[in-house]
Design a protein around this ligand. Structure first.
Ligand SMILES: Cc1cn([C@H]2C[C@H](O)[C@@H](COP(=O)(O)OP(=O)(O)O[C@H]3O[C@H](C)C(=O)[C@H](O)[C@H]3O)O2)c(=O)[nH]c1=O
Length: 187
């Protein structure tokens, strides 16, 4: 009884201090993502299709609403284990990201003052076991961390071609003092 009492006191202490948190799933009972999306963000989970020698995973199809426009560039960017690439922001281009391999935590912050979801953060943990196409419209801070043990391979199909003379790519270093003031998210 004495043990129970002291456990109870310890629990109350933790709950009061917000240390003890409920372990929510990334999906709901129907398997859909449990997430309030940032205005303009879309995620289309993809089911790998088994065949006699492996799997086919669709990355993009012109018929999907989420694609939103023609594919003008496709590139692969990789991230080494433990590395963080953040925060990027495009003023005109939309990113269309697909994690081909590796385990990646992608975070997006809506700092757009005129957005109905201003201030919101979305987090997506994606991998070859949880694949999907993530569309990130312009003017959202975004980035990711490779939380796996292998080099992560990510396909991007931005809606504009990379402009060598005037890149539409702003960078706010994730470990800068400014980032800690502006973006309420820590990897
Ligand atoms: C897209 C592109 C880039 N580059 C050069 C420019 C930079 O010196 C270097 C890395 O560029 P960037 O960080 O834009 O590339 P990504 O790794 O694809 O960036 C991605 O991760 C970050 C976090 C984001 O914020 C971007 O939105 C996201 O696309 O490659 C080229 O030479 N050609 C190209 O087509």
């Amino acid at each position: 009884m004495a043990v129970q009492d002291s456990t109870d006191v310890a629990l109350r202490g933790l709950i009061g201090g917000n240390e003890l948190v409920a372990k929510h799933s990334a999906v709901n009972e129907r398997g859909a993502l449990r997430l309030d999306p940032i205005h303009g963000i879309e995620f289309r989970p993809t089911r790998p299709v088994p065949h006699e020698d492996g799997h086919v995973t669709e990355v993009a199809r012109a018929s999907w609403d989420i694609i939103g426009g023609p594919i003008v560039q496709v590139h692969i960017t990789t991230t080494m284990p433990g590395r963080i690439r953040a925060w990027g922001l495009h003023q005109r281009s939309t990113d269309r990201l697909f994690v081909v391999s590796g385990l990646v935590k992608i975070a997006v912050f809506d700092g757009r003052l005129d957005s109905p979801t201003c201030g919101r953060v979305n987090e997506f943990t994606v991998s070859e076991k949880n694949p999907g196409l993530l569309v990130i419209p312009p003017n959202l801070y975004h980035g990711w961390k490779n939380i796996g043990t292998e080099e992560a391979v990510i396909i991007n199909m931005p809606t504009s071609q990379y402009d060598y003379e005037g890149p539409d790519a702003l960078d706010l270093s994730w470990d800068s003092e400014a980032a800690s003031r502006i973006v309420p998210y820590r990897f």
